[in-house]
Design a protein around this ligand. Sequence first.
Ligand code: NDP
Ligand code: 8X3
Length: 251
Amino acid sequence: MNKTALITGATSGIGKATAQILAQNNYNIILCGRRQDRLNELEKELSPITKVHCLQFDVRDKKVVFEKINALPDAFSKIDILINNAGNAHGFEPIQNGDPDDWDAMIDINLKGLLYVSKAIIPKMIAQKSGHIINIGSTAAKEVYANGNVYCATKHAVDAINQSMRIDLNPHGIRVGAIHPGMVETEFSQVRFKGDNERAANIYKGFTPLKAEDVADIIHFVVSRPYHVNIADLVVMCTAQANFSTVNKSS
Ligand code: NDP
Ligand code: 8X3
């Protein structure tokens, strides 16, 4: 029987590319995101090759997250793989100039949203005595950088939650691991710079960043290992990047 993967943040970037590669490899997919038009478009693209179901919600909306996950149709109610991917950076300012609304957004989406979705699914995985949770962290989970403050804090928290989940779910035979990408050219910087697309594009000038497909390919590798193999923590950067501020722009 084909496995079912629920992917948050499937309307764009890493999440969308992951839905595409998993669909091509016979996983059933539950696509999550806020933008209904994007969900519809991707469902239309993937439906000819696999079973697809869309869940439209904002991960910050605790009540709706639980309602929608608990109301999944039978064909999608056994979730084998949860990919906690939804998230973004909002703003890029030194801490003294940061906008508290941006801080709320990052803490509520990147951290609390990940917890709500996980809490809605973990009891099902415990009952079925199997499951695989992949938490998308970042190199910002491993280092901090100027102006990254609260985004880095949320990703450090994802790193900590990932480790804690692995310990707490160990008795239940559930696999838990994080993937921490460096710079990936997606809509991420457009969101971080609030629609200043020129500034966003400049971030990736002069070198070859990771593509969403590169990360998706790794996610597919991770989920397709034999069940006794758990890739617990994986950091991936483009060759040009050594850390956030060390990027070889002549490569
Ligand atoms: P994108 O901006 O392309 O995608 C972000 C996704 O998250 C979208 O599908 C968006 O969907 C969803 N999302 C954002 N806010 C919410 C919300 N409140 N509720 C539900 N869904 C939400 O960025 P990426 O693909 O790059 O980012 C995916 C993950 O990878 C994030 O966790 C990010 O932090 C992480 N990451 C990204 C890196 C990069 O350089 N790009 C590097 C390291 C990690 P919608 O707007 O439709 O809700
Ligand atoms: C996103 C990548 O380098 O902006 O997590 O922190 S970075």
